[in-house]
Design a binder for this molecule. Structure first.
Ligand SMILES: [Zn+2]
Length: 265
């Protein structure tokens, strides 16, 4: 009995110590005390926003959901790794999942745009115009999207990041690039190369932009909402190595590289 208790205590202590280390950012990464500006979370596919910014969205919505806007640029109609159904059927499924996830996160302003999954580069100009219009229509003060490699190299992630950077530079707007610290990237076994159609993108944790800020989502309300929202995406494999609840509940922070562009006048 004593041995049994000792083993349990040892396992618990090791797990807690690992989680504390895992969630401890390096000294250059500062905690954000958000000021709840009008924020547009813009990601290429339904589920990207929940995985990288679900806690942030829930936190902002608890404060003032009128100031929170979420856009998925495509409906992810080609993300058929799990469900082998037609693009038009998958489009409906993933749009429904997105709407459910937004409900869980407490969002009220959200849209799925009609661009084609995997082909955002072809529509770069149209997407850029639409983002500019959206920013004007809703007086957006801050953009949130992927860092420049889209964390794991998906061409749509890279493309939307590039467009947002261009728009933020022009508007001298604040932009938050969602990213991950190297130690988490290493544990997530990032592929060293991603092939997409005729393209090859070389990846490494060193290439992915390091965060300079984080949002603390270590509260039951935020972590639980993020987990429940992620679990709405039944058509997708959101966590390969561990059960989804382990992946979400063991990540207590969301990381960003924050930049405010200023033109040289
Ligand atoms: Zn994506």
């Amino acid at each position: 009995m004593l041995t049994y208790l000792l083993v349990i205590t040892l396992i618990t202590c090791t797990t807690v110590a690992f989680l504390v280390w895992f969630n401890h950012p390096n000294h250059a990464c500062k905690k954000i005390n958000p000021d709840f500006k009008k924020t547009l979370f813009i990601y290429p596919h339904p589920d990207d926003e929940t995985i990288f910014s679900g806690g942030t969205i829930a936190l902002f919505c608890l404060q003032n959901k009128d100031n929170v806007f979420i856009v998925s640029v495509t409906s992810g109609q080609r993300g058929d790794e799990k469900l082998k159904i037609s693009e038009s059927q998958l489009k409906k499924v993933r749009t429904r999942e997105f709407i459910k996830a937004m409900g869980v996160l407490g969002a009220k302003n959200y849209q799925v745009w009609k661009f084609m999954d995997g082909e955002t580069e072809k529509d770069e100009l149209k997407i850029e115009q639409k983002i500019r219009q959206f920013i004007e229509d809703h007086n957006i003060e801050r953009l949130v999207t992927y860092e420049k490699y889209g964390v794991y190299g998906h061409p749509d992630h890279i493309c939307i990041s590039k467009i947002c950077t261009k728009v933020a530079e022009d508007k001298e707007a604040e932009i938050w690039y969602a990213t991950l610290p190297d130690k988490i990237l290493r544990l997530s076994s990032l592929p060293s190369e991603i092939k997409y159609k005729d393209k090859k993108i070389q990846l490494s944790p060193q290439k992915v932009v390091d965060p300079n800020h984080y949002i603390n989502i270590f509260s039951l309300a935020l972590l639980w909402r993020k987990y429940k929202a992620a679990s709405k995406y039944k058509s997708q494999v959101l966590s390969k190595r561990f059960p989804l609840w382990v992946t979400i509940l063991s990540n207590w922070k969301e990381y960003y590289y924050i930049k405010t562009y200023k033109k040289n006048h």
